[in-house]
Design a protein around this ligand. Structure first.
Ligand code: WT7
Length: 673
């Protein structure tokens, strides 16, 4: 297998070679939009001065800043002894404290008028729907927590969740949190292979899944993938599988291992006191792609994550008691964890969940839902916006979108044209737009406008959240304040930051703390993004500088896809790069050399694409494959991806090619021979 060793730090992409958005296009952007006065009047943070005041206060004493908020905003069973214990790169927040995030998301609201407020409004793709009040959600969570306990799940046991976008996904997460069993949610679009890798790495004891889910007018067969992942003792730690009945399609149930959710749930007691968790007890593992090797298990813990998602949700989405809030992400990603489930529920908000996506049979479904439920806050991804632009203005124009008051984006840089469309066609030039930069690793949003306070510029995530000391530096850690751009770093620990890579603290250190050495004793968290600051100090994120590709906002490591390709017997060598794509941001482009006796053909290209789908999931399916009899390498044998990136995007190969071992390779690749 061609999985490269993780022991080295990969070369970073040269900032000058980054494709989107270019520094030139950023410097030309001079439109500025002030927060609408009406919005600012009632906003939590209602002026730029108020933001600056908070920012300066946090900057002057981050520990006091977070301590005050922890005290005011969360419920604790026991208060902490120490606020911050920073032994770089390992951090502990609120040590000695005891709390439970499911208590903060549920129980504490039951004592207030929110008891009968909608916690989750859910819309299924076929048009069925369900609303769970805080009291009802609490009951379901307690019952399911008892189901888990009944199957032997104890505090510290990891539970895999592989679900469609149905309320049971959130119920399962909260039930795990309630009994102290860390969850690891695996996106339902991942294949059995990818699921198995994650269950094995996390040593999951139980898997929660469904017979299937509805997506794009089809059903996705989830239980079948779980069966495949577990066959031949594929994930030996898994003892039980719980199955939600959703599609009612025929599935195989193994009586020794598989149980129907509804059968166990109906008899389970609704009495389940929340486990008092230590602040630093693990809340969940979420796997994300890196530039090398297998996906890493990003570990988040209880108190810091609860506080950080709570505060960011409150201030960035400017939540009001009667808001209907909708984040279109899937719970399989960090956005779903932080901004569908934990952040909104900790604030007592109404969080809308939708099972489906726009599709030919219903291209206007998102706007139907906005109209049907009177959605006030809408949070989605640039790739979705670009797809919606393609579908046409007539769709949103035919619906009543007047309930909307705030729009957000996340996942990748948003191009100014898409930003302007969102502003004009969806927000009717009345809703602030928050472009939120963050990562699985950061737990919550890091760089973002506060909608009542920060003037926005199309394409810029603007300024750091209070308490976040973000900066742009060169590889030595020196600040880069001119227009040339540099690497995005964070200089002070924050409560929501990841604690480690599950089972591999060394990888945590190498990936995030060694590209850029500590500067004057200060450790710099390396985010893996290239960025640029403008004259107002606004951040413009340009994209990944490592070998991570973002396809429709989903992060994929080139090496993972290459490993999947070379596991096919026809493939000798594979190199994968991203190519700019109008809607998806980037598309996967694979250069492949075949084994000596294999003939290239279109049929083989399709077979290889299918093979990657099977190994990882449809999101990793290459958009284009090019066969070649050699790949461009340096004399030491390193593949020169920079050249491949230029070739894939049809650009002239520029820059230094003197280290190329065999120059004729380039001509052959160009001609596609
Ligand atoms: C990477 C993190 C955080 C939830 C979704 C993705 C890119 C994210 C933005 C933004 C420019 C962005 C970065 C980052 N990214 N938000 N507003 N502007 N780029 O989470 O899968 O952990 O990916 O997404 O490249 O490093 P993720």
């Amino acid at each position: 297998m061609a999985i490269a060793s993780d022991a080295f730090i990969p070369d970073l992409i040269q900032l000058s070679a980054m494709t989107q958005p270019t520094i030139e296009s950023i410097l030309q952007e001079d439109r500025v939009f002030s927060p609408p006065a009406e919005f600012s009047k009632t906003a939590h943070i209602g002026s730029f001065e108020a933001y600056q005041g908070l920012y300066d206060k946090a900057n002057a004493d981050p520990v006091a800043f977070w301590e005050e908020l922890a005290d005011k905003e969360l419920d604790w069973f026991e208060k902490w002894d120490t606020v911050l214990d920073w032994q770089p790169p390992f951090v502990k927040w609120f040590e000695g404290g005891k709390l439970n995030i499911s208590y903060n998301c549920l129980d504490r609201h039951l004592k207030t008028w929110r008891r009968n407020k909608a916690a989750i409004i859910w819309e299924g793709e076929p048009g069925d729907s369900r609303t769970l009040t805080y009291a009802q959600l609490h009951r379901e969570v307690c019952q399911f927590a008892n189901v888990l306990k009944g199957l032997g799940v104890k505090k510290g046991d990891v539970v895999g969740i592989y679900m469609p976008m149905i309320p049971e996904a959130a119920i399962a997460m909260l039930a795990c949190a309630r009994i102290g069993a860390p969850h690891t949610v695996v996106f339902g679009g991942f294949s059995a292979e990818a699921l198995r890798d994650r269950l094995v790495d996390g040593k999951a004891k139980l898997v929660v899944t469904a017979d299937g889910g509805f997506r794009k007018d089809k059903t996705i067969a989830l239980k079948q993938e779980v069966d495949k992942a577990l066959e031949n003792d594929g994930a030996p730690t898994v003892e039980n599988v719980l199955v939600v009945q959703r599609t009612k399609e025929d599935i195989h149930m193994d009586s020794r291992r598989d149980h129907w959710w509804h059968e166990l749930q109906k008899d389970a007691s609704a009495d389940c006191p929340p486990e008092p968790m230590d602040s630093e007890d693990m809340l969940f593992i979420l796997y994300t792609s890196g530039s090398t090797g297998k996906p890493k298990g990003v570990v988040h813990t209880t108190a810091g994550y609860n506080l950080y998602t709570h505060m960011t949700t409150k201030w960035i989405f400017d939540l009001k008691d009667d808001d209907v809030y909708w984040c279109t992400a899937d719970v399989g990603w960090i956005t779903g964890h932080s901004y569908i489930v934990y952040g909104p529920l900790s604030n007592g908000a109404t969080s809308l969940m939708y099972e489906g996506v726009p599709r030919p049979s219903n291209p206007g479904c998102l706007w139907d839902i906005v109209e049907k439920y009177g959605v006030n806050i809408f949070y989605t991804a640039p790739t979705a916006i670009r797809a919606l632009i393609k579908l046409g203005e007539h769709l949103p124009n035919a619906r009543d979108l007047s309930s909307l008051r705030l729009l957000g984006t996340v996942g990748e840089p948003i191009n100014p044209e898409a930003w302007m469309w969102y502003h004009r066609v969806i927000g009717k030039e009345r809703c602030p737009i928050i472009d939120t930069w963050w990562q699985t690793e950061t737990g919550g949003v890091m760089i973002t406008p506060l909608p009542g306070a920060t003037p926005t510029k199309p394409g810029s995530a603007t300024l750091p959240f209070p308490g976040i000391l973000a900066d742009i530096v060169d590889l030595e850690g020196n600040p880069v304040d001119d227009t040339s751009g540099g690497y995005l770093v964070v200089k002070h620990p924050w409560p929501g930051m990841m604690r480690t890579v599950y089972g591999d603290p060394d990888r945590f250190r190498r990936t995030y703390w060694e590209h850029i050495p500590p500067k004057d004793g200060q450790y710099l968290y390396f985010a893996g993004d290239g960025a640029h600051k403008d004259k107002d100090g606004y951040f413009w994120v340009m994209g990944r500088v490592d070998d991570v590709i973002s396809v429709a906002g989903h992060r994929l490591g080139t090496m993972e896809i290459e490993s999947a390709l070379v596991s096919h017997p026809a493939v000798a060598e594979a190199a994968v790069v991203g190519r700019p794509d109008e809607i998806k941001g980037e598309e996967i482009f694979a250069f492949i050399t075949l084994e000596a006796d294999v003939e290239p053909s279109d049929a083989l290209k399709n077979e290889l694409k299918q093979h990657v789908t099977g190994e990882i999931g449809a999101i990793a399916r290459p958009g284009e494959i090019r066969f070649s009899d050699a790949l461009p390498k340096t004399r030491s044998g390193k593949i020169m991806r920079r050249l491949l990136r230029s070739l894939a995007s049809g650009q002239e190969v520029s820059g230094d090619t003197s280290t190329l071992e065999d120059r004729s390779v380039l001509d052959k690749l160009r001609s596609g021979a």
